[in-house]
Design a protein around this ligand. Structure first.
Ligand code: URA
Ligand code: SF4
Length: 198
């Protein structure tokens, strides 16, 4: 029988395959619906994520949720959010290549179960690992390429947008491009526009 994401999560929560296991509080496996056609991949948990076990829950996460909502997407309804590495690197350093390599075994299985139509890489680390080792976010963000029937795109990391808000319009354009691509290639993703609450 095929494994479900829930079963994979249970296995992952006990993972000690790389040294990041020693300093983590929680494994941050990922969140979203099992039938999501869109997979977002960040870098790795920060402090808030380590403490809660949920991806993108800090200020960057709130910005991500806003941008998703602007194009009718949400982690509750129609996207799945995961990270390159599931455990927080100490002091938020970049995950080492060997940590990424080890943790890819989980991301590969998540992807195999989800079978997303579209993968969006949030920031350089995941774009370089998943799209192209030479990926340049400034030049290649928002550009979709197809590989084995899956559309891949890299965009700016929400934390980079917090540091440099002048890049927000460029990131928003990437989310509009994502919405267009969903229209072209997804079969059951329903865009849901919430009324502004403010
Ligand atoms: N940054 C990431 O790349 N992932 C998270 O889950 C939080 C912040
Ligand atoms: Fe396992 Fe990934 Fe955590 Fe390393 S980062 S211990 S490979 S879950």
């Amino acid at each position: 029988m095929e494994k479900t994401l829930q079963q994979l999560r249970q296995q992952c929560l006990g993972c000690t395959a790389c040294p990041l296991a020693q300093t983590r509080t929680n494994v941050v496996f990922g969140t979203g619906r099992e039938d999501a056609e869109i997979l977002l991949i960040g870098e790795g948990p920060g402090e808030n994520e380590d403490l809660t076990g949920q991806p993108f829950v800090g200020r960057g996460g709130q910005l991500l949720d806003k941008m998703l909502a602007a194009v009718g997407l949400s982690r509750k309804e129609n996207v799945y959010i995961a990270n390159m590495v599931k455990c927080r690197p100490p002091h938020n350093r970049d995950p080492l290549p060997e940590e990424q390599e080890q943790c890819m075994t989980w991301l590969r299985q998540q992807t195999a179960i989800l079978r997303p139509k579209i993968i969006v890489c949030l920031g350089r680390i995941s774009a370089c690992r998943i799209i192209d080792p030479a990926f340049k976010v400034t030049r290649q963000h928002g550009v979709f390429i197809e590989r084995k029937g899956v559309w891949l795109m890299g965009t700016l990391h929400p934390a980079a947008l917090l540091r440099n808000p002048t890049q927000k319009p460029a990131a928003f354009a990437d989310f509009l491009a994502l919405r267009d691509k969903i229209g072209e290639c997804c079969t059951h993703t329903q865009l849901i526009y919430q009324e502004e609450s403010v």
